[in-house]
Write a protein that binds this ligand. Structure first.
Ligand code: PGA
Length: 243
């Protein structure tokens, strides 16, 4: 695993945006795996800035988002569909048909998951996957468990995740209890992975992800088995890192 330590959140955002830009310049029809949460917001802002300056063209870029709350429609302000369009896609020249998000209100979850896996394959697989990390080590919504599901699947969110994510909702009761997420295998099949972590809250889990045993209790530790992972951490998230 390659670890890039940066000073703070701003530097983390510009470093990650630079890596994504290099990927898109190298291959203008890159397939990007994208993440939600607070961590990548600065990266998306940086990318929008580069687009506005004419330095980046998204017209051929294809995206697949990692996950979606089960039960939230695309119009719901807390859905990841809404989030992605609101903070990123509507500000760039990406084609709507090139944007893929899981349907949180599908009537057939198994079919939805299978179609998503097939679509990723049909588009040639993910070139670059961006990941955040949960305090509990989840990537996407692959929560700590005795076994990890490899493909896109429906998952029960842990109490810790529900509590952590309640900061975006009016009330913890409103947080969906389930989500659909790419599986660990889906993520591991990406050619290149960039994991971002900022702040003291992530320090312990970052140490366990990089130096701990590979363990389903810290799903992100599985990334140690991937041959092209870059972890970008700011000083606070790296504060417990022994290197
Ligand atoms: P955060 O979430 O970026 O809001 O910290 C990360 C995650 O839960 O995957």
């Amino acid at each position: 695993m390659k670890v890039i330590k940066v000073k703070d959140y701003n530097e983390l955002s510009s470093k990650a945006a630079q890596l994504i830009t290099e990927q898109i310049i190298k291959k203008k029809n890159s397939v990007l795996g994208l993440a939600t949460g607070s961590t990548p917001i600065g990266v998306y802002q940086e990318l929008i800035g580069k687009f506005q300056k004419g330095e980046l063209d998204f017209s051929e870029v294809i995206t697949f988002n990692l996950d979606e709350y089960y039960g939230l429609s695309p119009e719901h302000p807390q859905s990841y569909y809404f989030f992605m369009w609101d903070i990123f896609f509507k500000h760039i020249n990406i084609k709507k048909e090139n944007v893929h998000l899981l349907n949180g209100v599908t009537e057939n979850v198994d079919k939805e998951c299978k179609q998503y896996e097939d679509l990723i394959k049909k588009n040639g697989g993910i070139d670059l996957q961006i990941l955040g990390i949960g305090d509990n080590g989840h990537i996407g919504f692959n929560e700590p468990d005795v076994s990890l599901n490899t493909k896109t699947h429906l998952v029960n969110l842990t109490a810790k995740t529900i509590k952590a994510n309640s900061r975006f909702f009016n009330d913890v009761q409103e947080v969906p209890r389930q989500a659909i997420t790419m599986g660990i295998g889906t993520i591991m099949r990406a050619r290149k992975i960039i994991l971002l972590a900022s702040g003291k809250r992530k320090a312990k889990v970052i140490e366990r992800t990089i130096n701990g045993p590979i363990n389903t209790k810290v799903p992100a530790s599985v990334l140690q088995l991937h041959n092209d992972v870059t972890i970008v951490v700011d000083q606070k998230a790296a504060s417990q890192l022994i290197m």
